[in-house]
Design a binder for this molecule. Sequence first.
Ligand code: NDP
Ligand code: OXD
Length: 314
Amino acid sequence: MSIVVLYNCPGDDAAEVARWRGFLAAYDPAIDFRVWPDTGPVEDIDYCLAWKSEAGDLRRYPNLKAIFWLGAGVDHLLRDPDLPRAPLIVRLVDPGLTAGMTEYVLLHVLRYHRRTPELEALQREGRWQPLDFPLAKDRRVGIMGLGVLGQDAAAKLLTLGLDVAGWSRSPKRLDGVTTFEGDAGLTPFLARTQILVCLLPLTPGTAGIINARTLAALPKGACMINAARGGHVVDADLIAALDSGHIAHATLDVFHREPLPVEHPFWRHPRITLTPHVASQTIPETASQAVIEGLKAMREGRRPANVVSLEKGY
Ligand code: NDP
Ligand code: OXD
């Protein structure tokens, strides 16, 4: 039976839409692929591919069976007070997205391990001053969030010989990784972490988790990388910790408001490296394969992988 799929990603350009259309047509040429806001009769829509869809829009489709969210983090979607409860929500888990994030984490962890921000500051001053760095085995990296992205980053960091720990909600056993869990595990995890990487989902339990108290629990001179969501960080607390020298440097890819307002102090802080939410990206070539696997499962009456738990919020 043919299906109707609505592509609902406001702001995507025509080339991006054409790539998605092409990949879905290659899977099943009979798919009726519609592009929001040209939905046609709303009762027709079986599945929605969505990213940053307008609040309230997704409840307009009474026969929607699943929402395929074209990103890993569903915080934007779950904030919609009118989100329909009936359709399954499937988040994006795809090798392209994972590889992009792991590249970002490796890039910035190595940058801190090899003290590159300090070398760059010396260059600006025209000073030739070699700096020591420890063996990788003596550099302690800590990843908040040991899910799909955290686990892949941890595995690749281990191949560089770094000392890797991770923190999650439920206990984990991962070869070579020192693991901590739950509220009780947070302080000991932070106490041993020289380079902190945040890869948590944004939920009521993780909002503001990088704050004065948790930053103070890191050793003096620690660096941090936030590639998850801006809502994890209390901005004023981070600036205070950087200004006091307790935190040496921060790399931030995500912000409370995006684009980051021009007047925000992060833009000009000498010890912040800022990137415009590009740690990883949804690339249709690989992401469409994940969506197609989900569509196949639904059409065959199976539960797709990576269904979001509304209870957990991720
Ligand atoms: P997963 O759902 O696979 O993993 C989430 C991890 O966080 C799990 O280990 C989970 O623990 C842990 N966690 C959740 N809540 C808590 C808590 N209260 N305390 C401790 N640990 C907790 O997510 P992904 O790895 O796929 O993605 C992580 C996030 O990365 C996304 O939600 C998104 O916000 C962000 N992201 C950012 C991108 C960017 O370009 N900047 C790109 C892609 C994603 P447990 O294992 O016990 O459930
Ligand atoms: C995501 C993102 O959640 O790109 O996938 O931020």
